[in-house]
Design a binder for this molecule. Structure first.
Ligand code: APR
Ligand code: ZN
Length: 362
């Protein structure tokens, strides 16, 4: 549970049975990422406290409410931080993965019937993104859970709940990186490294990783980065360095940090005639982006990508099966396996830049 400004506290919580069209899941493993840290710092929009955070987990269905047909008790599942109700106009639109039930359009701090399934010492506790994976048991609507292959190792495939598909899909779905192209990836955390895997799988010939923490460079190179640079090593702005390195700028630039200054730099490092800049990191709430619109006039494109553009219910099971067939290697990102009781230490490691992905197991 969490109250802004304090570290997480581990509490005994009562988890009510699932109501109609809801599913109760026993969480087996959960990761943490930059977004969870935004929640803890109070910079994630529209969170109510006290809350059980966590949005990158994997588990087993414990029970289902009336009318649930997509999963049954015993199924291995991944909770979806981006729902796919399958019925709204956005779900029916093949060009977006942003179901109208997502937290950007409606609050997910309570179940759809506006009540909570969590109680602690008699007091209501809020849900997070409807899935709250930092709980041994958690209840979610059936639009936010999907069955995966029975053979999937839950302590690895929990990364398919957010970090890996977010980065990988930004490259393969949103940018549609072309073979032989040049790419720049700003931020080499779990998300940025997954972007690199997507660029590499797409056949990019030059992939430049950018980070202020040199400790991330070795993994980035293992995953396909052809070179890695630290903006602090240069006198001139990093966008000028990238334009010089590539002649006229990169074909694709990805921002995977969640900062406005690095998004502006990513935009300015793109090829003016045909470059594509993809915003992957979530900028601070209320921030504004300022740039010369002439940059876009000659053909540069600025795009956003949430959860890698994947319609999650359709795609996550296929990605997990692809993982079992060794098509992706997201487990390279796992630097720490910790017991859940050490979740605060995990956040310390993430903030200190000492970990990429921490996985917590019950
Ligand atoms: N310039 C370059 N790199 C930076 C800068 C900067 N100014 N600031 C931070 N970084 C690097 C960090 O050193 C780190 O390696 O960005 C990386 C961010 O990685 P993580 O904190 O591990 O975050 P991650 O889980 O990858 O998520 C990145 O994506 O999910 C969204 O908005 C969310 O902020 C999150 C972002
Ligand atoms: Zn929908």
């Amino acid at each position: 549970m969490k109250t802004i400004g304090k570290s997480l506290s581990i509490e005994e919580v009562e988890v009510a049975p699932p109501k109609a069209r809801e599913v109760r899941v026993k969480i087996v493993a959960t990761g943490i990422c930059g977004t969870d840290d935004h929640v803890l710092k109070g910079s994630f929009p529209n969170v109510d406290f006290p809350v059980i955070p966590g949005h990158e987990g994997a588990g087993i269905v414990e029970s289902v409410g009336e009318g649930v047909t997509c999963v049954k008790p015993g199924d291995k599942v991944i909770p979806l931080c981006l729902p796919q109700c399958g019925e709204c106009s956005f779900c029916l639109n093949p060009n977006t993965n942003c179901c109208l039930q997502t937290h950007l359009y409606q609050s997910q701090n309570l179940m759809p019937d506006k009540t909570s399934r969590f109680t602690c010492k008699g007091k209501q506790v809020y849900h997070f993104l409807w899935i709250s994976t930092f709980s041994e048991y958690t209840v979610m609507p059936d639009s936010t859970v999907v069955r995966i292959d029975d053979a999937a190792p839950l302590d690895k495939v929990c990364l398919f709940g957010c970090g890996f598909p977010t980065g990988y899909g930004a490259a393969v779905n949103t940018a549609k990186v072309a073979p032989g192209s040049t790419c720049a990836v700003f931020g080499l955390g779990g998300v940025g490294l997954s972007v690199i895997m997507g660029c590499e799988a797409s056949g990019a010939s030059q992939i430049i990783g950018i980070d202020i923490n040199k400790d991330k460079f070795a993994t980035a190179k293992d995953l396909g980065a052809t070179e890695c640079i630290n903006p602090q090593d240069f006198e001139k702005p990093i966008q000028e360095v990238l334009v010089e390195m590539t002649g006229h700028g990169v074909d694709y630039a990805f921002e995977a940090i969640g900062r406005v200054d690095t998004l502006t730099a990513a935009l300015a490092s793109c090829h003016r005639g045909s470059g594509v800049c993809v915003m992957v990191g979530e900028p601070p709430p209320g921030s504004q982006l300022s740039f010369d619109p002439m940059m876009l006039f000659t053909g540069l494109t600025l795009k956003g990508s949430i959860l890698g553009g994947w319609k999650m219910k359709d795609s996550i099971p296929k990605l997990v099966t692809g993982y079992l067939q060794k098509k992706f290697k997201p487990d390279v990102l796992i630097t720490h396996n910790l017991p859940f009781s050490e979740i605060n230490e995990g956040f310390e490691l993430l903030r200190a830049g000492k970990s990429i992905k921490n996985i917590f197991i019950d």
